[in-house]
Design a protein. Sequence first.
Length: 337
Amino acid sequence: MITAAYLPVAVIGAGLSGLSCAHRLLDAGYTVHLFDKSRGPSGRMSTRRAEDTAGLWQCDHGAQYFTARDPAFRAEVARWEAAGVASLWDARLTSFDGNTWSAPTTPLERFVGTPRMTSPAGWLASRLGESGTLRVQTTVQRLEHSAKGWKIESVEHGVHAPTYGAVVLAVPAPQAVQLLTPVSFPAVEVAQSAQMRGCWAVMLRFAAPPPLGWEGAFINAGPLRWVARNSSKPRRKGQETWLLHASPEWSEAHIEDTAESVTAALVDAFRALGGPPPLAATAHRWRYADTEPPLTIGFWWDETVKLGLCGDWLHGGKVEGAWLSGQAVASRMISPR
């Protein structure tokens, strides 16, 4: 019988859910190896940074902000605030139903990473300690289970040397299905039950702030769902930037369109709201942006083979759900029923 505490645990995906799981396991004395196909941690808490003819710019193009209703997550956010990697975003918000603009009536604390949305994940990754490692630009393509434990194979490095006592997938459900199909039918069933939707994002740059009178808008008509002045978030530097998110329905209908045609359509929709033409615009397609409806089981764990799933798609969606899901699966691993 393999006891996970005596072999390293592999966590595939270094977004907030994977990092949350890793830290909970590390606190309990486990050794954890994190893998991510990207150049750095953060998942959809993502920020694009680049330079064009007008200079440097940055824009959060995934998760736009996060709330903290659960006491445990609120305590975690307080740690991030103390470390300087998160702050309240006291934005002027509005909503538009196609005819009428209205202000939100329910007060709600909204937080952002500082100086960019990737900052909390970067801070967590930097604090993995001696028992935790993060291997980026490593695309896990195959899992193999035996009586000895788990082996992992990646595109870039082939079969990795360690044998793992447990594996946790902290990736979008469709990506999990690809890895799970040869090793766990029950896990595949869970992942296939999550219907994930895409989202087109367009990042706009301006010479000066557009005179719109608000800094974030929920749009409930047309192709747009959310518009935000990224430059209004705390500690942002560089060019004036705004973010456009298309609605899930529009994004799914245009998921295979070119970036150029999507940019043109969403900029036109922004201008119809009163926005000026941008100096430049860059589109990004999130193929797996959210789940509708999100699952509410929290996490999934198979004690027999020591295989787990975590992510926002299992815990009601959103950033808070991602962190809570990672905590929950790690807690079950540490104290099996």
